[in-house]
Design a protein around this ligand. Structure first.
Ligand code: BG6
Length: 488
């Protein structure tokens, strides 16, 4: 099977202007795991313009001290090879200003970099900080005289319900224009997520069957093996729904469910995504299973009586002509049996079958189209076919595609790299919008108001037993009955 890779930005794919990146929260977990290694890769790659970085955080470090932090982080977390030469080139582009030094010191550091860079150098601020600190960071940018011109990437969470999301958005809008704001949802930056758009809209084969007449149900399933990993302060008030579902899973759902946009650009894609969110039925708490892994309450920093869910599975519906009556089952959680990220589209079974009862037809569920959003990016179409030999025995067979087998696999950017580059270009296509996020909070309100009690589950299982009743008479695709084929 061949999948055509289409640039989701449409025709716009010029080199961005040189950039000074102001990285707030530069010593935090995300910066260490993803942002610094990502900036290192971009800075060394032919895909990005010249980049220099002013790092800032609450830590009282100087530039030399920060360079050591950055080196340790990149060596530990970069998936790319770091040579002495490439490291030297990158590290010379870093400087550090502690938050305590104030806005003037930040402005001075940006100015110093700019003095050594070409004319037309722009500023991108990355706010890798919690929401309260994000507003303070925007004020600092403003005081440093950068808020008028900078593009600003903001991290989730964007509020915790509709009222707080609205209030956050209006506070941000006091300083920044909407076009300057890039609300990141890193799932949209994943190469396989964009491949959903290519797959759906660059081929004539699938779109005619992409609707309620042919599709029985859809699963978006993102189990994680990770436990709390020391993130109690963030996770306790957040939980799996706010951390993963109202953000990543619903954004992916929009790519799967939206109508074809009039163009592959930010405006057209946003219009279609927003229509999906607008058509979403408010969640029914009775169709939600919340779980908590046994042992969670003993984690450092967790309330011994915590009701935070570390697992969630739910059913939701999109009430439009394409999807009326088709359930979307979403599941995610921590400390589960496997780490996977799949979208599984289950097709209706044939209306009647002439195959004998013992042929095996239907025994392995309906035909499925499966997208694997893991970095290896796979797509598989499974169907029943004849087992060679006498008689008519049927097996579940599949056509499989893996991005790793394509020629350009070396050009794959990690999600954060791709999105930083897009923000430098001013391209909002793969970012979320204030309206979309507010609508998702509105859809979530019945669940936020009446969350069902959390049910315990053993660590490294698939969650509470109630997940089977939720999806019955259908079944969860994971764990897969058959493993993905790997190239021999
Ligand atoms: C983050 C969540 O946004 O996404 C984490 O806060 C989660 O809890 C992570 O583990 C998953 O991202 P990825 O790219 O590793 O699937």
């Amino acid at each position: 099977m061949t999948v055509v890779v289409v640039e989701a930005r449409g025709a716009v794919h010029g080199m961005a202007d040189p950039h000074v990146v102001v990285l707030f929260g530069a010593t935090g977990d995300l910066a260490k795991r993803k942002l610094l290694p990502g900036l290192f890769h971009l800075s060394n790659s032919h895909l990005a313009p010249e980049i220099r970085i002013v790092a800032t955080s609450l830590d009282d470090l100087d530039t030399e001290g920060f360079k050591k932090v950055a080196e340790k982080a990149c060596k530990e977390f970069s998936t790319r090879k770091i040579t002495n030469e490439s490291w030297k080139d990158f590290v010379d582009r870093l400087s550090y200003v502690p938050v305590g030094a104030g806005a003037d010191a930040l402005a001075k550091a940006v100015k110093e970099h700019r003095g050594q860079m070409p004319e037309g150098t722009r500023v991108l601020a990355y706010l890798s900080v919690p929401p309260k600190a994000a507003l303070a960071a925007i004020t600092t940018l403003d005081k440093a005289g950068l808020a008028q011109e900078a593009n600003v990437i903001m991290e989730k969470p964007f509020g915790t319900d509709l009222a707080s999301a609205k209030s956050l958005n209006s506070s941000i809008h006091e300083v920044l224009k909407e076009r300057q704001i890039f609300r990141i949802d890193h799932f949209l930056g994943k190469e396989p997520a964009q491949n959903i758009l290519a797959f759906r809209f660059a081929n004539g084969l699938f779109e005619p069957i992409w609707n309620r007449n042919f599709i029985d149900h859809i699963q978006i399933d993102v189990p994680e093996k990770l436990t709390l990993e020391g993130r109690a302060v963030f996770y306790e008030p957040t939980g799996a729904y706010k951390d993963m579902v109202v953000t990543h899973l619903m954004q992916i759902l929009a790519f799967v469910a939206m109508e074809s946009p009039t163009a592959l650009d930010a405006k057209s894609i946003t219009i279609e995504k927003t229509k999906v969110f607008d058509s979403m039925r408010p969640l029914d708490p009775k169709r939600v299973v919340r779980g908590q892994y046994k042992g969670y309450r003993d984690e450092p920093g967790v309330d011994p009586e915590s009701e935070t869910e570390t697992f969630i599975a739910l059913e939701c519906f999109i009430d439009n002509w394409r999807w009326a009556g088709v359930p979307f089952f979403l599941r995610t959680g921590k400390s589960l049996a496997a780490g996977q990220r799949i979208i599984s589209i289950a097709f209706h079974e044939p209306p009647s079958s002439m195959f004998p009862a013992n042929s095996g037809v239907g025994e392995h569920g309906p035909d499925h189209l499966t997208f694997d959003l893991a970095d290896a990016s796979k797509v598989s179409l499974s169907f029943y076919g004849k087992r060679p030999g006498p008689g008519m025995k049927l097996d579940k067979l599949s056509l499989q595609f893996a991005m790793q087998e394509t020629e350009n696999v070396g050009d794959v950017l990690e999600a954060y790299e791709r999105l930083i580059l897009d923000a430098m270009r001013g391209d909002h296509t793969l970012f979320t919008t204030a309206d979309g996020i507010e609508r998702l909070w509105a859809v979530s309100q019945p669940l936020l108001d009446n969350p069902p009690p959390v049910k315990g589950y053993e660590m490294f299982t698939w969650g509470p037993n109630a997940i089977h009743q939720l999806i019955a008479p259908r079944a969860w695709r994971l764990p897969f009955e058959r493993v993905w084929r790997s190239k021999k």
